[in-house]
Design a protein around this ligand. Structure first.
Ligand code: GYE
Length: 334
């Protein structure tokens, strides 16, 4: 009996150590041994706690941030994929603290629930940069700055596309595919869009549900929308392109023409949605720039050099209509 318990205990210890090492991730090397090598070789180490790999936008952001060591050989990067779970991201941050990285970059899956772990980073004197999505914390000194997009502005731009296209008085039945509930990208885009359509008396959001920013869920939720209200919906407003791609498939399978019977409007600007626009199956996308690696490197250098940084650093973005898609497609980097 005793022996069994001991074996079980040893096995679980091995699993725990394995998980911790796993948090150190792939890009910059594994485990703390490498960190001390990096330290002794004078490299600065950034620990990046990523949301997951749920969309084309996300993988483009990951690649861009993983390119930091190739942009500047004085830097190394430790990467962790949180698989869309806050608890995984918290574990990753704790692992980065234990490994004594020089700076932590956090792309938070949701806005709330970060106070404790960010306080631990602050106590360890490790500066934190919030990337892409925001956090809501009781003490703003828990992070140095935010680098990313203005999601409310993106929602407004999306609504403006509808207003330009159909006019304020049109009768629109809108189906909304929300992003991950409680994430800045979902909250901001929804708020911006809803504010902007307030003056449009006949723009009605008749369906609204989360598709968690993935193609598979976007398709699944759109199928359900179509089943109950297939003949009413004339606009799909999707908080990202991937969910719109899934929805396009659902609409085709339902026997309608996406881009014609239903106006397809989304956010991000990934290649696939440009291709869908070129094919006449999608109508417009509002760009959200995921190529944050070079900007994060600049911010990290400034912070580690003891310089002051802006509290909010916005990435530049644009919006694209179907008629411009063919010309833009070859320029897309993600
Ligand atoms: O729009 C979506 C991704 O936070 C801006 O997250 C990001 C969003 C992006 O999954 O595709």
């Amino acid at each position: 009996m005793k022996l069994k318990k001991m074996i079980a205990l040893m096995a679980s210890t091995v699993i725990c150590i394995g998980m911790l090492a796993g948090c150190g991730g792939s890009a910059g090397g594994n485990g703390s041994a490498q960190t001390s090598n990096e330290k002794s070789s004078g490299k600065k180490v950034i620990g990046f706690a990523q949301v997951g790999a749920e969309s084309g936008w996300r993988t483009a952001e990951t690649d861009s941030i993983k390119s930091i060591p190739t942009l500047d050989s004085n830097f190394d990067l430790k990467f962790s994929d949180g698989q869309q779970k806050q608890e995984n991201q918290i574990k990753a941050i704790r692992s980065f603290i234990a490994q004594k990285v020089d700076l932590i970059a956090l792309d938070p899956v949701v806005e709330t629930g970060w106070d404790t772990v960010l306080k631990e980073a602050k106590d360890a004197k490790i500066p934190v940069v919030i990337v892409d999505r925001k956090v809501t914390v009781s003490d703003d000194s828990l992070y140095k700055c935010f680098l990313g997009s203005d999601m409310v502005a993106e929602g407004k731009k999306a609504a403006q596309i509808l207003i330009d296209q159909f006019g304020k008085d049109a009768k629109l039945n809108i189906a909304e595919l929300q992003g991950t509930v409680g994430s800045t990208a979902m909250v901001g885009r929804q708020q911006g869009f809803n504010d902007a359509i307030k003056d449009c008396p006949n723009y009605k959001i008749i369906k609204s549900q989360t598709g968690d920013f993935t193609r598979a869920k976007g398709k699944e939720v759109m199928e359900a929308f179509l089943k109950s209200d297939g003949d009413k919906i004339n606009v799909l407003w999707s908080h990202n392109d991937d969910m719109a791609m899934g929805a396009i498939q659902a609409i085709e399978e339902y026997g309608k023409k996406p881009g014609k019977d239903i106006f397809i409007l989304s956010v991000d600007g990934i290649k696939d949605i440009f291709q869908a626009m070129v094919d006449g199956k999608a109508n417009a996308t509002v760009e959200c720039n995921p190529l944050l690696g070079p900007q994060l490197l600049e911010v990290a250098k400034n912070i580690l050099d003891g310089k002051e940084v802006e509290r909010t650093i916005n990435s530049k973005e644009s919006q694209f209509l179907q008629k411009d898609a063919a010309a833009e497609l070859p320029n897309r980097k993600y």
